[in-house]
Design a protein around this ligand. Structure first.
Ligand code: PEP
Ligand code: MN
Length: 337
């Protein structure tokens, strides 16, 4: 951290700041310039808060040099985090393909999708049993019944399953049925939920909030890692911008930025970014070309009758065709689908 003093700040003000720095266990390095003094702070502590210096007399500005997250940072963990969940590899050469309906609607529906996406090349089954809907009148998910169908479908197809948990009191139940717990965009900053999820020892799929910066996403991942969860998968699902042609704006740069600053795998969800079937393939192909570690794609056997997000759901044949195209892009960048 660097403290920039106001021009002409008296020596007493500099001394007071140095005392404050030393009392927090850090060391101060003073540089008396011709116009102003600059104080560098060296500390092993990651929780040193810049706001404690900002209001001190004589301070012009405080700049943080190191990132506010530690465990999620590439500085702390230079190699990519790679792991295997129920047969799905993530973070390495192989690109994870998570596919399935927005909502689990019935046992037949989810088993049918599971078999179809597995045959097409998916490595994980997705589906929501607890749905965060914008309208309280919209389908809210089948709850535990949906989780049971999801688990059955995963077993039938031989795929691990990922599903959303919305509240702390749902964690134990969801853990009984799911291999990976999804934190949705609306809950990315539900820190109490993240703290609990950190403790349970299951992989967590953390979606970026629709108005969250990438640093916010990494701070949320830090909660999980600090709690003891090592298997965190980040997901870019589009953010809110002034553009309304797509449901959200897919931030393709998130892949490069996350790779630069973090060791955690990053997955792109082109379905919630596009919001329309027509754009899903293009965003998915771009995501793989950009270096994403996986995709999460909504697939429904009969999108017209879907209880949620039918407008952005591919049919199983559309998904199978897309996988063939993804294979070619992956090969071009020395990855595998
Ligand atoms: C979902 O995956 O179906 C979902 C609700 O996603 P998000 O939290 O990104 O809106
Ligand atoms: Mn959805």
């Amino acid at each position: 951290m660097i403290i920039v003093m106001r021009i002409g700040a008296p020596e007493e003000e500099v001394d007071a700041i140095v005392k404050q720095i030393e009392s927090s266990g850090a060391t101060a390095h003073i540089d008396h310039g011709s116009e102003r003094t600059i104080i560098g702070i060296r500390s092993a502590r990651h929780d040193l808060d810049e706001s404690m210096f900002r209001l001190l007399p004589g301070v012009e500005d405080v700049k943080r040099i190191s990132k506010p997250y530690k465990l999620a940072s590439r500085e702390f963990h230079p190699a990519n985090t790679e792991f295997n969940v129920g047969g799905m590899e993530i973070g390495g050469k192989k690109i994870a393909l998570m596919a399935g309906p927005c909502s689990v609607e019935s046992e037949e529906q989810i088993v049918e999708v599971a078999k179809a996406v597995k045959a097409a090349g998916a490595t994980c089954l997705r589906g929501g049993a607890f749905k965060p809907r914008s309208s309280p009148y919209a389908f809210q998910g089948l709850g535990e019944e949906g989780l049971k169908y999801m688990q059955t479908a995963g077993k039938v197809a031989g795929l691990p399953v990922v599903t959303e948990v919305m509240r702390i009191d749902q964690i134990d139940m969801v853990c009984k049925y799911a291999d990976i717990l999804q934190v949705g965009a609306r809950n990315m900053q539900n820190y109490d939920l993240l703290k609990e999820l950190g403790r349970i020892g299951k992989p967590v799929f953390l979606k970026r909030g629709m108005a969250a910066m990438l640093e916010d996403l990494l701070m949320s991942a830090e909660y999980l890692l600090a709690g003891g969860c090592e298997q965190v998968i980040l997901c870019e699902r589009g953010i809110r911008t002034f553009e309304t042609a797509t449901r959200n704006t897919m931030d393709i740069a998130s892949v490069a930025v996350i790779k630069r600053f973090s060791h955690l795998p990053i997955v792109i969800d082109p379905s919630h970014a596009a919001g329309t079937v027509e754009y899903v393939a293009s965003l998915a192909l771009g995501a793989v070309a950009a270096g994403a570690d996986g995709l999460m794609i909504e697939v429904h056997p009969n999108p017209k009758c879907a209880k949620s997000d039918g407008q952005q759901s591919l049919t199983p044949p559309q998904f199978a065709e897309l996988v063939q195209r993804l294979k070619r892009v992956a090969e071009a960048i020395d990855r595998e689908v």
